[in-house]
Write a protein that binds this ligand. Sequence first.
Ligand code: 3NM
Length: 211
Amino acid sequence: MKDFRLYAITGEEFHKGKSLVEVMEAAIIGGVDIIQLRDKKSSKKDVLHKALLLKDLTKKYNIPLIINDHIDVAIAVDADGIHLGQDDLPLQMARKIVGKEKIIGISTHEIEEAREAQLQGADYIGVGPIFATKSKEDVVDPVTTKYIEEVKKEISIPFVAIGGIKLHNVDQVLNAGATRICAISEIVGSADITKTCQLFIEKINERVSTR
Ligand code: 3NM
């Protein structure tokens, strides 16, 4: 897959009245280069509707659209990939359904899960939650930046740090060796989404170019 730096996941509970497309477009303009539709509450029909809107948007800006969990929706709208948690369909089964061309991302919370995801052919892994987060239900305790260091040492597929990452603490995440950042609330809940993303990108570029 094409590399990315800033990954935004939808979180409509933070949108403050703005539309899904408005929020995600502001993020893309600010430098987000991959987006994920994550909706654990809506009906399948509503998720499909949102996926179609985001498919148009990501096509316009030529960036990948990833769908969380709903493999059928991902196929129906010809999204670029899917993202799965540890309790979703196992990677090998998902791969049978979506084929080799689609991106598959897996959430991992410990090194054993990261190893397994790599072994099974994940295209990237999520590494988190680095800090405490209220954006995900039943989330495990923060894994801290130590987990980034472990992954950095052992895992060769791309990884993206996630969970409680804000402009004020992203330096810690980058210092630990992450080169890709993912956020929900700090991006979609921001009063100035484009500016927030630009500041994230500046910080990522500062660190990553010196590595
Ligand atoms: N997955 P925020 S943490 C969706 O650790 C998600 O796998 C996580 O939201 C993981 O940026 C998380 O608002 C929530 O903390 C991220």
